[in-house]
Design a protein around this ligand. Structure first.
Ligand code: FES
Length: 100
């Protein structure tokens, strides 16, 4: 099995034994999944995109994390996603959006 170059984790606020209802989910993070997948495909980035439970930085949401780079982005929206994926293609981060 070939491992992907990147794993992109999008907080969707899932709770144990409950529905997603936290900050990131309410800010529309679910809709980012398709955008990120398409954005990666458009840029020929080898990435798996998946969702997570709350990443415990709700006040900076919506949050996404790119591994193995360990880039933590906050306040993600559609415009920022484009910039973030452009930077990833160049092997870098958009420093101003990093939260950690
Ligand atoms: S709900 Fe996304 S970080 Fe907590």
């Amino acid at each position: 099995m070939k491992k992907p170059d990147y794993m992109i984790l999008v907080c969707n606020s899932y709770r144990v034994a409950g529905d997603a209802q936290g900050y990131c989910n309410k800010q529309g993070a679910t809709s980012f999944l398709q955008l990120i997948s398409e954005g990666c495909s458009d840029r020929d980035l080898d990435a798996v995109v998946t969702t997570t439970a709350c990443l415990s930085v709700c006040s900076q949401g919506p949050v996404m994390v790119i591994q193995p780079n360990n880039y933590w982005y906050g306040g993600v929206n559609e415009d920022k996603l484009e910039e973030i994926l452009d930077a990833l293609k160049e092997g870098s981060a958009v420093e101003e959006y990093l939260i950690a």
